[in-house]
Structure formats: structure tokens, C-alpha cells
Design a protein around this ligand. Structure first.
Ligand code: SF4
Length: 332
């Protein structure tokens, strides 16, 4: 499979009055054509900032540096604002967490759906309307004719998210970035939206980057997962490696904090104690050290190197050192 997106050594900082917030600290990853990957981590881990940096959608006080961001053979770091903007919607679609804030309350579904079709594909009014209808059907929206005339506030939360998905795929982009697309929805609608994204991925061969704090959400839809903590990638691997052979204590913590569908129903979930690091002054060594029950003196002094465990599995943890004590994951 060929690489659709390849990011090398991305660093993003925000200049604020009291200093520099180091949101993303030198990460590298790729997405293959037609592949779905998941980026998982708590709030403030850098997962959303990573993708907003790639898209060039951060405010002026953000400082974005990368050795290379290659999308579909084109170097995005060399693009100007106009070129980047032309890619949004046409080649890369985005779905955000809360469609109520992403959709414009003053325009109908039809106006919002046809806008990018007119701009990026040069469609005339009637052609754009016909395509908008098609897209609503694709997004499994019942009674699409009537929905076109409605405003966002007239739709349910699930319906609004389906409209957002229809807008994101309007120009058949090569890649869709879905940032916590199901967080604001109840579990039944969540499952429907995930099914829809899965279906669209298979139908349109679109690559999907799913950003979430919930490993459970991406279990069924992503072939590879990267776990982020403190602006770094602490573990990356196939979904099987992350779920069945995780190596990083933070990944263990994430897995212990999601409910299992089998086993003892009285089983307690184990939260990860402590809070994420202050990225104005990130810890000198491993960012997870203050919360890690396996922390060693070396962890507080030195950033753990990336240890490659196989073709797809890599971990940044001092426990991977051959002389480190052998510890076992404590499962919840
Ligand atoms: Fe824990 Fe040390 Fe591994 Fe960090 S490097 S996760 S502190 S064991």
C-alpha cells in the first residue's frame, strides 16, 4: 500500500504570555491509502493539535515545524495559505466533535452542503443540489428532500453529525479526519455513526484518521493505533498489538479504564491516577513519569527512546531496555 500522508518530526508550540506551550514534540507517523488509523490520548495529549497542524488550521501564535508533511506526493510545508485552503474539503475532509458549533446556524443544510461543491467542483446550482441529495442518502439521512431545507437547530444531534459527514465527503476527499466525532452523542447513535464511517470508508476507499480519547471507539474501525501522551507518541502498533499485546504503562492505563463486554459485571474500572503534564513546563524525562507506577530514576531524567518491536509496533518506555526490571500489566 502506498503512503497517502507522511509526517516527519512535527513540533507545534503555542506562544502565550507566560511562555511556550509545547503541545506536540517531534512526532512522525504515516497513513496509507484507504487505511484507517486511530490517534488516542487524554485531553491535552496533542492529538487534535497534531492534525490541526497538518491542516494548517492553527492560529498565528502557533509555531509549527516539521521536516516534512507529504500528502499525496505534495509537500504541505511548502504550501501557502491559499493552497492549503484549497485542499480543505476537496482532498481532506474534517468532522468535528460538536456539529452544532461547526455548522452555521444561519444557513440551511442545502446551502452548507452545496457551498464546497460549487467552490471546489464548479457545480451549478441544480447539479450541486442533486449531489447534495445523493450525499444525504449516502449518509443514511431519512427524508433527504425535506432535510435540505432545514436549519441545523431543527435536526437531532445524530442527524447533525450525519450532515457534517456528508459535508466532509462532499468532494470525495482522499482522507477524512474525524475529531471525536461521537463524543457528543449517546451510545446508540455513536454506534450508528461509527458504522456509517466504516461503510463510507469501504465504499469510497477514503483514508480515515480517527481522533479520540476512547480506545473502545476505534477498536472495530482502525487497523493501526497511535497512543499519544504529553505531545509525544508513546506507543504505536496495529489494533491487535495495542489491544492484545500493549507494552506502555499509559496504554495499559487506557485499556484498564474501558469497560469489558465479558467477565465480571461487578469488576471495577481502574482510572489513571494524577493529571496530564503542564505542557508549559513538561517533565524533563518521560512525560508519564509523575503518574507511572513503574517509574524508575532514569525515567525522570531522560526521555525514553523509541524501541521498535516489529514492523508495526514501537514503544517509547525505559521498561523496554534489556536491563530494565520485567513488570507485568496489572489488568482491571
Ligand atoms: Fe513509566 Fe518510565 Fe516507561 Fe515512562 S519510561 S512509562 S515513567 S516506566
Amino acid at each position: 500500500m502506498s503512503k497517502l500522508l507522511e509526517v516527519k518530526n512535527l513540533t507545534t508550540s503555542f506562544r502565550i504570555g507566560v511562555g511556550l506551550v509545547q503541545a506536540v514534540r517531534g512526532i512522525s507517523f504515516h497513513v496509507d491509502e484507504g487505511e484507517s488509523i486511530g490517534i488516542v490520548g487524554e485531553s491535552g495529549s496533542g492529538k487534535s493539535v497534531t492534525m490541526l497542524s497538518v491542516m494548517g488550521l492553527l492560529p498565528d501564535y502557533a509555531d509549527i515545524k516539521a521536516d516534512s508533511i507529504l500528502f499525496n506526493g505534495r509537500e504541505m510545508t511548502a504550501m501557502n495559505e491559499k493552497e492549503l485552503r484549497a485542499m480543505h474539503g476537496s482532498e481532506i475532509g474534517m468532522i468535528f466533535q460538536d456539529p452544532m458549533t461547526s455548522l452555521n446556524p444561519l444557513f440551511t443544510v442545502e446551502q452548507q452542503l452545496t457551498e464546497s461543491l460549487k467552490i471546489h467542483q464548479g457545480l451549478k446550482k441544480q447539479e450541486a443540489r442533486a449531489r447534495a441529495l445523493e450525499l444525504l442518502k449516502l449518509a443514511e439521512i431519512p427524508n433527504p428532500e425535506a432535510r435540505l431545507k432545514q436549519y441545523p437547530h431543527e435536526l437531532s444531534g445524530g442527524m447533525r453529525q450525519r450532515v457534517m459527514i456528508a459535508i466532509a465527503i462532499a468532494c470525495s476527499p482522499k482522507m477524512v479526519i474525524a475529531d471525536e466525532p461521537t463524543t457528543a452523542l449517546d451510545v446508540t447513535i455513536q454506534a450508528q455513526i461509527l458504522d456509517l464511517l466504516n461503510h463510507l470508508k469501504q465504499e469510497m476507499k477514503t483514508s480515515i484518521i480517527m481522533i479520540t480519547h476512547d480506545l473502545g471507539v476505534i477498536a472495530s474501525m482502525c487497523s493501526r493505533i497511535q497512543v499519544m501522551y504529553g505531545g509525544t507518541i508513546c506507543e504505536q502498533g496495529t489494533a491487535r498489538e495495542i489491544f492484545y499485546d500493549p507494552k506502555h504503562p499509559y496504554t495499559w492505563g487506557l485499556l484498564n479504564s474501558i469497560p469489558k463486554l465479558t467477565g465480571d459485571t461487578n469488576e471495577k474500572l481502574i482510572p489513571i491516577r494524577g493529571t496530564p503534564p503542564d505542557m508549559l513546563m513538561p517533565p524533563k524525562g518521560c512525560p508519564f513519569a509523575p503518574r507511572c507506577q513503574y517509574c524508575m530514576p532514569v525515567c525522570r531524567e531522560y526521555m525514553p527512546p523509541r524501541t521498535v518491536l516489529g514492523d508495526t509496533h514501537a514503544v517509547a518506555c525505559h521498561l523496554m531496555h534489556p536491563k530494565a526490571p520485567k513488570v507485568l500489566r496489572r489488568e482491571g
